[in-house]
Design a protein around this ligand. Structure first.
Ligand SMILES: *[C@@H]1O[C@H](CO)[C@@H](O)[C@H](O)[C@H]1NC(C)=O
Ligand SMILES: *[C@@H]1O[C@H](CO)[C@@H](O)[C@H](O)[C@H]1NC(C)=O
Ligand SMILES: *[C@@H]1O[C@H](CO)[C@@H](O)[C@H](O)[C@H]1NC(C)=O
Length: 294
């Protein structure tokens, strides 16, 4: 059936929604009356909820207890300025506090705010932190998940997902500056995947190597690059993606979840070896988590 088209969603047109009783897989088919230069025409496409920024609806939990900095107040420094440990995190002072909800606020004033952990002062115990995101709903990704780290991205991290509101979990993607060393997995990129193995869980080194904390702050879970395997590099052939979503077992499930969890396993080290004489420069700081989904 060649009636599913995204052009109606993509073009800036006025339209009327009409729900008709046809169904294609789990999509209803919607049609809309589209105004063109030379009159009006019907467009058919899959009725789906509109993609939204889900960060506003997520419930964030961080673990273990006491992982958020500032209680008691503590000093820290940055990897780029390791000898000036004059910054302070203090949970009791709103100007110096870094609570978890700062990962989902809108940075409208232009001021970047972020959740920050305690420093690695307990070394040699590893510095571990979990960020759990719950929606109590099934979401389907429509674009890349983007996590913004201030002061450097973790050198080891796992993104997990749950399809059953947190009862069971599975890894979604592994991230490390050395995949073999951290997880015993060869390093891959989404570009290495093809239609037959697009749902494979990979380990990537693309977002974990040190490039300077200001140069590249974002860690991604690549959704668009996976869509492009079916829809072409410019995503022009979304019909083909939707057809595959219906016919290929597990493809829709791959982009679906009710909960996500970031397991932060080792912070940024600044591109050099670990320096145990200055533990105040090792910590995690996350300013934003974007989850575009429907
Ligand atoms: C993070 O979650 C995993 C899975 O539930 C758990 O095994 C681990 O202990 C948690 N880590 C922390 C730091 O709470
Ligand atoms: C989750 O959703 C179910 C129904 O879908 C509702 O009964 C339950 O109260 C919700 N839980 C939370 C924590 O919002
Ligand atoms: C996926 O399949 C392609 C060929 O179909 C292969 O070249 C690639 O190595 C595979 N990727 C993984 C991660 O197995």
């Amino acid at each position: 059936m060649d009636v599913v088209s995204t052009s109606a969603m993509l073009s800036q047109v006025f339209f009327f929604l009409h729900f008709v009783t046809l169904t294609l897989g789990q999509y209803d088919i919607c049609k809309s009356l589209v105004s063109m230069d030379d009159g009006q025409t019907w467009e058919f496409y899959a009725c789906q909820p509109k993609p939204m920024a889900m960060k506003e609806f997520m419930q964030i939990t961080v673990d273990p207890p006491g992982i958020t900095c500032g209680n008691p107040p503590e000093r820290f420094c940055t990897l780029e300025n390791p000898y000036l440990c004059s910054d302070e995190c203090d949970a009791s002072n709103p100007d110096l506090a870094h609570p978890p909800q700062l990962m989902q606020d809108r940075e409208t004033s232009g001021l970047i705010t972020y959740w920050q952990t305690v420093t690695w002062r307990r070394f040699p115990e590893p510095l571990l932190a979990n960020i759990s995101l719950a929606w109590n709903k099934s979401l389907e990704l429509t674009d890349d998940i983007q996590v913004t780290f201030e002061y450097g991205r973790p050198t080891i991290m796992v993104l997990d997902k749950s399809l059953d509101k947190g009862r069971t979990w599975q890894p979604y993607q592994f991230y490390a500056d050395d995949c073999m060393d951290a997880f015993g997995m060869p390093a891959k990129r989404v570009q290495d995947l093809s239609a037959t193995n697009v749902t494979r869980v990979i380990c990537t080194e693309q977002y974990s190597r040190w490039v300077g904390s200001k140069n590249e702050k974002v860690l991604r879970f690549e959704v668009m690059a996976r869509f492009a395997i079916f829809a072409g590099p410019k995503l022009l052939n979304m019909d083909s993606l939707y057809t595959r979503m219906e016919s290929m077992k597990g493809l829709r499930d791959f982009f679906t979840f009710t909960n996500l969890r970031l397991r932060l396993l080792r912070p940024a080290l600044g591109g050099t070896y670990f320096q145990r004489d200055n533990l105040l420069k090792y910590f995690y700081a996350v300013s934003n988590i974007d989850v575009p989904a429907r």
